[in-house]
Design a binder for this molecule. Structure first.
Ligand code: SAH
Length: 382
């Protein structure tokens, strides 16, 4: 009997064991501590014969202290930690790569448990520090100027993976105790992954976790109407940004395919009905594309369209990329457009592109296509 035989024997044993474990977990997957809201965690603990109050301790460890292993939760007894480790998973996205831009913006490539990748971006001092978070791997919306849209939708992120991005970034940037804002403007359409996105926001809002107030969170959407109506009734409601991009259905339909289903007038009407507290306004995002939606006439139409909504317009000069069949307008055209909108009494700002040198700017987040190898996962797009 050579050593090789013994090794082979051990390997096949491990495989048999492994597949047995896999089969068992497939029948009854362990709940993931990172994917549970605190009330759900309390119930899950109780159902397994533990005290509900441990949920607070677990939340503090995961979100305030950045612990990624139950074994490190040292105010729980050794015995309880061992039991919890067998009863629950605790999944954290792995930091696969980090790029730092000359302007301080940082892009994080995160590897999920199934090997898929997503990107999250840290944008410093705008004026607050902002985390730009993904809600899906890829996106189904296929907006004509967006690179993520070229990937198609690979899958939804779980609430644990959405909140997990905040855990990883806050840890890597040593910002657990600092204030930061969150924009759901990374990869994906948040309202196309409604339940997990909202659950992630409730997890992030928990007073025993990050305690992130909804005022610090902005959800950006193409305007999926049924989901928008649902959002209007949520108890924890983020700020709302609508990706409008054109003032007429004819133009918008060419840029944002879903406009054929939910048109401009319906979106504006939904925005008018949207409950806003006294200080907040809806942001209309408008990507400026040379010769497509940047004329003085477009600016006037846009201003009139949004005049009836308590809103502001955020102009986003296109971040160009190979494969995107549009160009960024000149600075003169951008200024002219902004001035016309402002002259109509509409509040307007021009979004400064951050992190373009590391492809972290709006619409530049793209990772592996379904058919690409691991080595190709970080697509070079600039
Ligand atoms: N799906 C959501 C959030 C994604 S992106 C949404 O559509 O709102 C956040 C913003 O970046 C959107 O307004 C989007 O239209 C914009 N964007 C996409 N590609 C861009 C590009 N190449 N240049 C500038 N902005 C872009």
């Amino acid at each position: 009997m050579g050593a090789l035989d013994k090794d082979e024997a051990r390997k096949s044993y491990a495989t048999i064991e492994g597949s047995r474990v896999l089969r068992m977990t497939a029948v009854e997957p362990r709940p993931d501590l990172a994917d549970l809201e605190r009330p759900a965690l309390e119930s899950a603990l109780e159902a397994r014969g533990h005290k509900r109050f441990h949920a607070r301790q677990i939340f503090r460890w995961i979100y305030k202290h950045g612990v990624t292993d139950v074994a490190a939760m040292t105010d729980l007894s050794r015995e309880l930690r061992a039991t919890l480790s067998s009863e629950f998973a605790l999944t954290t996205p792995a930091l696969a790569h980090r790029d730092i831009s000359a302007d301080g913006t940082q892009k994080f490539l995160l590897r999920l448990a199934d090997g898929r990748h997503i990107e999250s971006v840290f944008i410093p001092d705008t004026p607050a520090n902002t985390f730009c978070i993904s809600t899906q791997v890829g996106c189904a919306m296929a907006c004509a100027f967006c690179l993520t849209g070229k990937m198609g939708l690979v899958r939804n992120l779980t609430a644990g993976e959405i909140a997990g991005q905040v855990r990883v970034l806050a840890g890597a940037l040593e910002m657990r105790d600092k204030k930061f804002n969150i924009v759901l403007m990374g990869m994906g359409e948040p309202l196309h992954n409604y339940d997990d996105t909202m659950r992630a926001l409730r997890i992030l809002a928990d007073e025993h976790g990050f305690g992130l107030s909804a005022r610090r969170i902005t959800l950006s959407t193409v305007g999926l109407l049924p989901a928008l109506e649902r959002l209007a009734r949520e108890p924890v409601m983020p700020n709302l940004a609508i990706s409008l991009h054109a003032p007429t259905d004819l133009q918008r339909g060419e840029l944002v395919p879903i406009n054929k289903k939910y048109g401009v007038a319906d979106i504006i009407a939904a925005c008018q009905r949207f409950p806003l507290n006294r200080r907040s306004r809806i942001t209309f995002e408008y990507v400026l594309l040379a010769g497509v939606n940047d004329s003085p006439q477009d600016a006037r139409k846009l201003a009139k369209l949004v005049a009836g909504v308590k809103s502001k317009v955020n102009l986003i000069p296109l971040n160009a990329a190979p494969g995107i069949p549009f160009e960024r307008p000149s600075d003169e055209v951008i200024d002219r457009f902004a001035k016309i909108v402002a002259d109509h009494g509409v509040s307007v700002s021009v979004r400064k592109s951050r992190g373009r040198d590391i492809r972290a700017a709006c619409g530049q987040l793209i990772v592996e296509g379904p058919r690409k190898s691991a080595a190709q996962q970080l697509a070079v797009v600039m």
